[in-house]
Design a protein around this ligand. Structure first.
Ligand code: CA
Length: 219
């Protein structure tokens, strides 16, 4: 129960959301216009739709309207520009479950997607672990062995990304885009700073630095 339909015509955002969802264990499909979005949404092949408002063919409001008019209860998370949030609230009355203002951070979107899926009773893994490090995605708590560790929201998101890809090297750019969003400053050293925080909390050996490439969760 993790098939997500992404209706978004802006390539950069569609690919950002697609990659992020895939690395979090979802099976995403991207469509770039409203007519296809409606057809796919009605197919019964998806558990949730992420729907952009400004779509060619049929705009997001019309897609939603037709969807609900046809009796579909597919959970829908709307994507909209921040300056049209008031339009979006009107859209919510048309049957959307939630909305995100653009620009957004991936972790915010992920939290909403998970919440909507949980409400509709879809089962999804709630604990991920590697070695003796575990992350409970529902309570947002981390533990090392039997010791519970407090992580900030950002630390948790970074730990989650590293753990889901344990054993693989993730570049700073990948981590920045996944944890900090697509509007990040590529010259920022924030990843290194947060890796340091995580090493302090989870144990210094858990994250390996791969020189010139990035970081790998090894523990
Ligand atoms: Ca658009």
């Amino acid at each position: 129960m993790n098939r997500i339909l992404i209706a978004e015509d802006e390539e950069r955002i569609a690919s950002f959301v697609h990659k992020g969802l895939r690395s979090n264990g979802f099976t995403p499909t991207v469509v770039g216009d409203g007519v296809t979005a409606y057809d796919y949404a009605m197919s019964g092949d998806f558990d949730l739709m992420i729907l952009d408002i400004g779509l060619p063919g049929l705009d997001g409001f019309s897609v939603l309207d037709q969807l609900r008019g046809s009796g579909s209860t597919l959970p829908v998370v709307i994507l909209t520009a921040r300056d049209s949030v008031s339009d979006t609230v009107a859209g919510l009355e048309g049957g959307a479950d939630d909305y995100m203002g653009k620009p957004f951070r991936f972790e915010e979107l992920l939290a909403r997607v998970r919440l909507r899926l949980r409400e509709t009773g879809s089962a999804e893994t709630t604990v991920i672990s590697h070695g003796d490090v575990s992350l409970d995605l529902r309570t947002r708590r981390a533990s090392v062995g039997h010791r519970v560790v407090d992580l900030s929201a950002r630390e948790f998101a970074l730990a989650e990304t590293l753990l889901r890809n344990a054993g693989q090297v993730l570049s700073r750019e990948q981590l920045l885009s996944h944890v900090w969003g697509y509007d990040f400053d590529p010259g920022s050293n924030v990843v290194d700073v947060y890796v340091r925080y995580l090493r302090r909390k989870l144990g210094p050996e858990c994250i390996e630095t791969v020189r010139g490439m990035g970081y790998r969760f090894t523990r």
